[in-house]
Design a protein around this ligand. Structure first.
Ligand code: KIV
Length: 265
């Protein structure tokens, strides 16, 4: 059974935690699908993680469509959420509609995620009214890293917190089926999760959210760098891959690979 936004809503209603992870390619998506992860996010974090960029800002719409299609081919059950990259929705409502439509039509996603501020309300409303399910990303929004003053927690002051609650509520009112909160004080995230009838997914937003999302590469330790504070790392695949590839190199140099076993007669 394909997971759809209505199933995410059922989980919110019954208080069942929602699990979301990122994937950028089919083999990762297949693994997450086998684990019955509720939602797979094809995040524009692929700019940092996959493409080695400093920020997500240069990621293009074509790149997001390509990676979303790769992921969609690998997952039958999980709900695929394609991320709207920088400049895909900010110029005009029309461009936002076309680009959200591309993630669904060409990418094979069932929903889109958008980093939002007050200026995006009408675009989100228009995309939802086309029949495209939307998750609104609030709090720290990496596409606005320069405006937000770096990678930092958002909503610490009373006025910023009030604005975030209002925006989250507006996103629910215009029809989003979920809100994603990144790097938000736990108490504020809990308040938003209680105030909203739709699912609130957290990343660095504490225990009071309805679900959690992390970047898969961080969870399994695929990158040779310290993960952010909000990550719990469950494996160190970087070390393990380095060991295996080092053994391969040593075997080739010592003529231990290939053997008869890997040859053809
Ligand atoms: O792009 C992404 O992967 C994200 C997550 C970090 C939530 O937005």
């Amino acid at each position: 059974m394909k997971i759809l936004p209505k199933h995410i809503q059922e989980k919110k209603n019954s208080g069942t935690p929602i699990v979301m992870l990122t994937a950028y390619e089919a083999s990762q998506a297949c693994l997450l699908d086998e684990l019955e992860i509720d939602m797979i996010l094809v995040g524009d974090s692929l700019g940092n993680v996959f493409a080695g960029l400093e920020t997500t800002i240069p990621v293009t719409m074509d790149q997001m469509v390509y990676h979303t299609a790769c992921v969609a081919r690998g997952a039958r059950r999980s709900l695929i959420v394609g991320d709207m990259p920088f400049l895909s929705s900010q110029i005009s409502i029309e461009e936002g509609k076309i680009n959200a439509g591309r993630l669904i039509k060409e990418g094979g996603a069932q929903a889109v995620k958008m980093e939002v501020g007050p200026a995006d309300v009408e675009t989100v409303r228009a995309i939802v009214s086309m029949g495209i399910p939307v998750i609104a990303h609030l709090g720290f929004t990496p596409q606005s890293v320069y405006q937000q003053g770096g990678y930092r927690v958002q909503g610490r002051s009373d006025s910023d917190a009030d604005k975030m609650v209002t925006l989250a509520k507006t996103m629910e009112d215009v029809g989003c089926f979920g809100v994603l909160l990144e790097m938000v004080p736990s108490a504020l995230a809990t308040k938003i999760a209680i105030a909203l009838d739709i699912a609130v997914i957290g990343i660095g937003a504490g225990m009071g959210c309805d679900g959690q999302v992390l970047v898969t590469h961080d969870v399994v330790g695929l990158l040779d760098k310290k993960p952010p504070k909000f990550v719990k790392q469950y494996a160190n695949l970087h070390t393990e891959m380095k060991r295996a590839l080092g053994e391969f190199k040593a075997d080739v140099i010592a003529r231990r690979f290939p053997t008869e076993e890997q040859g053809f007669v």
